[in-house]
Ligand binder design. Structure first.
Ligand SMILES: Nc1ncnc2c1ncn2[C@@H]1O[C@H](COP(=O)(O)OP(=O)(O)OP(=O)(O)O)[C@@H](O)[C@H]1O
Length: 385
């Protein structure tokens, strides 16, 4: 059995929606703490639980993902683990050195240069400048900042900030526990690959907690996952199992064919869109409709949205010079996207049909159909540059 490095027991954290009340509660809580009085665990006016009753452990060699919809409480939990905020209930115990990458630019002084900030961070971690000297080359090389290493941090781009933060968090001192929030999504693709490889190597000696909405990244990097919903822990297990649970909730919440619109002269009689495909397979969309008039040069757009309603792929028949002609009476249109290149998961599909000469739609199926992509991506192999 590997050594447990993070143990969270019944963790609860509440926030207040009203700033004035929040300040007042803060004063009352500090006073209660000063007089060693027990704090009330029940919610006061405008308060809510951002995390409640969360227990789990993470061992050396384990990369745990926190999965959940926006506002589910992932960042709050990460902040509680890192010690940035104190839980209102329960406790978190950590073994070893913790480094975290939670907010962009956090831990850096904006007026100092990137190099100076590395030395300051080293000093905070108890490293002498001689020891930092031994690692600075590697950090500069990993971050790719090169010419910008002597520029003030406030002048760096957000991507450069993330590079510097990641390189410092991982290379300055090998942490036993690394906490990474969504910040990696700011970096470019090659840096993400580099970071994923660095996390993979770090896992030989450390435990990592990783928050990301990027399912592909999570499946590659993480071994286990927690699914949070409205602050509560809904499911824990392997990444694959937890994503199953996550997608099930998403599927339940997705309103099935409810938003299909057409112009008056068109009447949809049948819509058939693949509901389940294997990763890499083609996707077929078929529409059957009656039209009161003929319309030439019609094109079709098919958009794929992720669980968080972010459009991640779009097919547009004009890019392939494919136009249709609608005739008066019954029409059948079939469109195949040859290789969808979608990762396993649940998506929703929108279809739009336009005449080339008019921006107004003829048929609009607004995220009306669910699409489940099955199959595997190899989540164990390190990513090669
Ligand atoms: N300092 C704060 N004061 C009041 N409410 C807060 C505070 N920080 C977070 N919240 C609220 O707590 C809830 C959980 O927020 P959190 O940032 O942990 O969610 P998340 O799962 O990380 O979301 P996302 O995926 O959008 O980043 C949200 O409703 C958020 O508005």
């Amino acid at each position: 059995m590997s050594e447990v490095l993070i143990r969270a027991e019944n963790v609860g954290k509440k926030f207040c929606r009203d700033l004035k009340k929040s300040l007042w509660y803060g004063v009352k809580d500090s006073a209660a703490e000063l007089f060693c009085r027990e704090q009330a665990s029940k919610l006061r006016d405008q308060e809510f639980w951002a995390n409640q009753g969360i227990s789990f452990s993470v061992s050396r060699g384990e990369c745990l993902a926190l999965i959940g919809h926006n506002g589910a409480g992932k960042t709050t939990l990460l902040k509680v683990i890192s010690g940035l905020i104190k839980p209102d209930e329960g406790r978190v115990s950590i073994r070893g050195q913790v480094n975290s990458l939670i907010a962009l630019g956090a831990g850096f002084n904006p007026i100092l240069t990137a190099r100076e900030n590395i030395y300051v961070n080293g000093a905070i971690l108890g490293l002498s400048s001689k020891k930092v000297n031994l690692r600075i080359e590697e950090i500069v090389e990993f971050s790719g900042l090169n010419d910008f290493i002597d520029s003030p941090v406030r002048t760096l781009s957000s991507g450069m900030n993330v590079r510097l933060g990641f390189a410092t968090a991982v290379l300055l001192i090998k942490p036993d526990v690394l906490l990474v929030d969504e910040v990696l999504s700011v970096g470019d693709a090659s840096f993400r690959v580099k970071s994923m490889n660095a996390i993979h190597n770090l896992l030989e000696t450390a435990a990592v907690v990783f928050v990301s909405h990027n399912e592909q990244l999570v499946r590659r990097a993480c071994t286990t996952a927690l699914f949070l919903e409205q602050g509560k822990l809904l499911h824990r297990g392997s990444v694959g199992e937890v994503y199953e649970a996550y997608h099930e909730v998403y599927e339940r919440n997705l309103n099935a064919p409810s938003s299909m619109h057409t112009i008056q002269s068109i009447r949809l009689t049948k819509v058939s869109i693949d509901e389940k495909i294997e990763a890499g397979d083609s996707l077929t969309v078929q529409l059957e409709f009656d039209s009161e008039k003929s319309i030439s040069d019609v094109y079709i757009r098919i958009a794929i949205h992720s669980a968080d309603h972010i459009m991640i792929a779009e097919y547009n028949s004009t890019h392939y010079n494919e136009y249709f002609a609608i005739t008066k009476g019954l029409n059948r249109i079939s469109q195949v996207i040859e290789s969808t290149k979608l990762s396993p998961g649940v998506y929703c599909v929108s279809v739009l049909m336009h005449p080339a000469s008019d921006p107004r739609f003829l048929i609009w199926l607004d995220k009306s159909h669910k699409l489940r992509v099955t199959g595997q991506i190899n989540s164990n192999a390190p990513i090669m540059l």
